[in-house]
Design a protein around this ligand. Structure first.
Ligand code: A3P
Length: 293
């Protein structure tokens, strides 16, 4: 495992980023979206892979066996801004998709989204996760993923998260920026990781209604069961075990998939500091998160 890949964070137009997601900036800013493209947007570790997989199965489950057995999720749903030497860029993968619709993933904050997605009025699915669990998941991810900055110890990671010094910037800015966008852009479906854990079928039904799909109750039940954590964890095409930059011996990509794991990480003092900081940064009372279900 090549730990020399570990990048530094730097300020990019006011957002902390690493070069893996800015090197291809000019190219992906010129991405030509099509009206039926569907963008899956999230802050990292909010449930991107889960929702990508749900969408992929909704559209293409019946299409081909090869897709199911030998095409990993990160190729089925390219990560638009991804540019790591030796691997195909997300932009090229997206350009090369022959499906309709094309499913495309991004972690970009709303102000960085390439213009053509707005011009084409593409459907966008945004997934948000409560900040405490999001932070914990991000910590374990940075431990195991060699193209992420070093996680450092939990206590310093905790502090850095509060300061918004994470790849793709501050959690608050991200979830709020996208929430605000809903006011002016109606083709945006904003969903929550916690709801998906609590009621997968109900959330799939809402998603389908947004997408204009009308699967039978039975189809929704079947889909819901195939995307449960234990099934996705076993599935090599969903669990990232084929991506060499991750060391899953340190921490598996499909780690726990729970709401409330923050309780196993936060000390009492950290929880108090977090809550105080959170109150200060919460500007919109209409955006509400649950830290337990
Ligand atoms: P944990 O680290 O808390 O387990 P992303 O895809 O945005 O990187 O998010 C990864 C997080 O989503 C991980 O959280 C992962 O376990 C969780 N996840 C992925 N698939 C899931 C599923 N089917 N059910 C519940 N959680 C899932």
């Amino acid at each position: 495992m090549d730990s020399t890949l570990r990048p530094e964070l730097f300020d990019f137009h006011g957002v902390m980023m690493t070069h893996y997601f800015t090197d291809n900036w000019n190219n992906y800013q010129n991405f030509q979206a099509r009206p039926d493209d569907i963008l899956i947007a999230t802050y990292p570790k909010a449930g991107t892979t889960w929702v990508s997989y749900i969408l992929d199965l909704l559209y293409f489950d019946q299409t081909s066996t090869a897709r199911k057995t030998s095409t990993p999720i990160y190729e089925r749903v390219p990560f638009l801004e991804f540019a790591v030497p030796g691997l195909e860029t997300g932009k090229d993968l997206a350009d090369g998709l022959s499906t309709s619709p094309r499913l495309i993933k991004t972690h970009l904050p709303v102000q960085f989204i390439p213009k053509s997605f707005w011009d084409q009025n593409c459907r966008i699915v945004y997934v948000a996760r409560n900040a405490k669990d999001n932070m914990v998941s991000f910590f374990h991810f940075d431990r195991m993923n060699n193209i992420q900055p070093e996680s450092g110890e939990w206590s310093s990671f905790f502090q850095r998260f509060l300061e918004g010094k994470m790849v793709f910037g501050s959690w608050h800015d991200h979830v709020n920026g996208w929430w605000k966008k809903k006011e002016t852009y109606s083709n945006l479906h904003y969903m929550f990781f916690e709801d998906l854990v609590e009621d997968t079928e109900g959330e799939i039904a809402k998603l389908c209604s947004f997408l204009g799909l009308s699967p039978s109750t039975e189809e929704v039940e079947t889909l819901s069961s195939s995307v449960q954590f234990d099934n996705m964890k076993k599935d090599k095409m969903a669990n990232y075990s084929t991506l060499p930059v991750m060391d899953q011996k340190i921490s598996p990509f499909m780690r726990k998939g729970k709401v409330g794991d923050w309780k196993n990480h936060f000390t009492v003092a950290q929880n108090e500091a977090f809550d105080e900081d959170y109150k200060k940064k919460t500007t919109d009372p209409t955006l509400k998160f649950r830290t337990e279900v």
